[in-house]
Design a protein around this ligand. Sequence first.
Ligand SMILES: C[S@@+](CC[C@H](N)C(=O)[O-])C[C@H]1O[C@@H](n2cnc3c(N)ncnc32)[C@H](O)[C@@H]1O
Length: 569
Amino acid sequence: LPTMLAFAPPNHQQRQLVHSPSLSPKLAQLAMAGGEGGDAEWVKALLEAGGGTQPGKFEEDMKMKGLLGPNRGKGNPKLNANSRLISWLETEGQVYLSESSTWGEAPHPMAISTETVDEITNESSGRGLLARRSINDGDELLKIPFNLCLTRRSARKALGKDALPDGINEYLAIACQLIHEKYVLGEESFWAPYIGVLPEVSEVNPTFTWPDEDLEFLKGSPIVAATRSLQMKLQREYRDLLSGENGLIKRFPSRFPAEHYTYENWVWAFTMLFSRAIRLRNLQVGERLAMVPYADLINHSAFSQTFIDARESGDWLFKNGEEEVILYADRGYRQMEQIYISYGQKSNAELLLLYGFALERNPYNSVDVTVSISPRTAAVAAANEGIEEDPLAQEKLDFLKNVGREQTVDFPCYADRYPVEMLEYLRLMMLTPEDTRGKPVSDFDFSRTISAANEASVLQSVVTAVKYQLNLYPQTEEDDAAIIKDKGMFRLLSYNQRMAVRHRRNEKRLLKRTLAALEKQIRSKGLDEEDLSRAEGSTLGEVLKGETRKQKTALEDKLEKMGLPVDLR
Ligand SMILES: C[S@@+](CC[C@H](N)C(=O)[O-])C[C@H]1O[C@@H](n2cnc3c(N)ncnc32)[C@H](O)[C@@H]1O
């Protein structure tokens, strides 16, 4: 049976359907609208034959608008690579990508631009897909057969099931195949036309590939710790799977030649995986990671309603089977407009770490703030002079354990909100016998204010945490703003350094905004009055003797959820 994987606007109704084998009426309508709309367009195009789009007309227009890159198309290697990819998709996958309509096929609605730029920063965003003609909401944008995708299955086929055993982590398997296709087989590879459009590390620049002197520009930002642990993780994975005593290079030297399976090539493969692999959620075979040619040329917009990165739940919807990947338009597009998808609700730190760019306007931006309240148990008090025991400490710890929470936590802090979990955690940790009056801790509803004093200490500890984070950066937000404002000087910095300065400035802006909102809240609730000063102080950032502390940051937690093979540290 033919199978279609669709990624469609993740509205509430459709999201729920991910766990349902049948399509919602809304989605069925959407799927049909794609086909019907397409046919209608096709009929229209046939009727207009001659008067409609002439072959080559769109490319001409793109050239006029400078969208074909520096050489305006002629002899441009990037343009040649695009044409080769298109021919390959057409011959090997029977993908219909022609701009003219034919029997049974609507004209393909998109075209590859070799050079797109960010509208606010003017930084390059590499290749992208543009609307070749006007596109209607729900139109089918592309359809790629599964056999053109790189998956764990294709990797095991290419490199042997003895080398890549059943159940091997998908990232590791596909990384091995990417190196195999690009460096070992090269032009002989079936995937050569696809590999030909994949960028180099220097065109993507995720922070885990940055040299130390560039990372120095991010000093103070939580992204540094996440970058370092990702780097360590990649090194460890490389050693364990490939270069170590029992590694594949030693065990299968002809299939895994040492000169190609280098760490440098491993980093390239992971740069590709992190920045363009798609997680397909398929009820029948479980989650599956795939490199999908052509679909991975679409750039990210936080405002797009269509998801390609299905690492977040609820983005992929299925009919029956697994033959092709289909993308539907989330809205109408004008001719020449760039088509975007959302890679998920990602903060700038996540984007910079994995994709090598950050957004000036990102509604999902957040900064991880560590809120660590020391549980002052009898043992901790005994080991630390001047620290009084909290009579509720043990009960609080037991409660945290019961609800599956860590003792000290990193929370993402957003521009206009902070997580409910953070307030709940702090209300618990700031609880005093005056609040409990002998009642067990488990009797309280921490989603609500416990007492004015408790709430005051909760908000005050968030203020302390945010200030602590702000103080970690060596430069102020004003310093950064001045660097960016001096356009001539700013241009002299490298891409990584420009990204770093913008990133740290945006983090500081967000933290300062949070601080102002918190202080306003404290004042408006009258929580700054003196008689509330009995509220407990916090020991943020301080590790007391006898205390065990979780080392992972919120960002690292998120990375783990991506399905990377082992613990980060
Ligand atoms: C899935 S690929 C998209 C196609 C890519 N532009 C290319 O040339 O192959 C993801 C990469 O595109 C770039 N990119 C995507 N969206 C972007 C955006 N909004 N701003 C800047 N770069 C972006 C980043 O380099 C990212 O790692």
